[in-house]
Design a protein around this ligand. Structure first.
Ligand SMILES: CC(C)(COP(=O)(O)OP(=O)(O)OC[C@H]1O[C@@H](n2cnc3c(N)ncnc32)[C@H](O)[C@@H]1OP(=O)(O)O)[C@@H](O)C(=O)NCCC(=O)NCCS
Length: 206
């Protein structure tokens, strides 16, 4: 009796397949986490308030260098050249989609509200960061809230984002603002999400 025949006859083949599916592969454990904040047409989003002396700004012509400097200073998303900035942010940015937190003339946080055909009908939130010494004061929440307002004002039905499994502060921030996990092709599934949410929301910080 061949092995394949034996596995079919005994049902062991099916059990084995089920076991393999339940076992998280390295690739599935490294998938990006997708979240969506639906924006309802009647939803009124008031401007966020920031603690003194911080203020919120939107991008204006000539901000590119300061923005690049901030992204590089944060060290969060690798090295930013002008070319990378143009390709990944500039080319997809909504009007007023660049949101900053400033203290005096210094930018200390940023977020980008963009549109990419592949995520239609939603706007997409990218590259949120606050410099480490300014974290924990509600600036991250204010930045993301403002990007929701930009997307809402431009009549997008929602704001989508992708993040990574180790970014607990970000996941906590997004979740508190109404972003919920989205499952789909080649993004994190329920198993990875349960792990991340329990760490970001329930277990305290790491
Ligand atoms: C995510 C980020 C922008 C938040 O900025 P922030 O100004 O510190 O945010 P806030 O002060 O508004 O609040 C952050 C929340 O995360 C919590 N938090 C901080 N560190 C955390 C950690 N390690 N794990 C879980 N939650 C954490 C804070 O306590 C706060 O939640 P609370 O209001 O319930 O106390 C900032 O941590 C950052 O720049 N991180 C690195 C870049 C990044 O991960 N960007 C997201 C890419 S998708």
């Amino acid at each position: 009796m061949g092995l394949v025949y034996y596995l079919k006859q005994t049902g062991l083949g099916r059990q084995f397949k089920r076991m393999l599916r339940a076992f998280p592969t390295k690739a599935s454990q490294n998938r990006l986490l997708r979240m969506l904040r639906k924006l309802h047409p009647g939803e009124l989003l008031q401007p966020p308030t920031l603690p003194e002396p911080y203020r919120l700004l939107h991008n204006a012509p000539g901000d590119e260098d300061r923005w690049l400097e901030l992204l590089n200073a944060s060290g969060e998303f690798g090295y930013w050249s002008r070319e990378r900035f143009h390709q990944e942010i500039g080319a997809t940015l909504l009007a007023a989609g660049g949101v900053f937190v400033a203290r005096g003339n210094e930018l200390v946080g940023c977020a980008s509200t963009c549109f990419m055909e592949q995520y239609k009908p939603y706007a997409i939130l990218m590259y949120v960061t606050v410099l480490p010494e300014h974290r924990g004061q509600g600036l991250g929440q204010a930045l993301v809230w403002e990007t929701m307002r930009v997307a809402r004002q431009e009549n997008y039905p929602g704001l989508l984002l992708h993040t990574e499994k180790h970014r607990y502060a970000a996941v906590r921030t997004y979740f508190q603002l109404g972003f919920l996990p989205q499952f789909g092709y080649e993004v994190a599934g329920q198993r990875l999400w349960s792990d991340v949410l329990s760490r970001a929301l329930l277990n305290g910080f790491e």
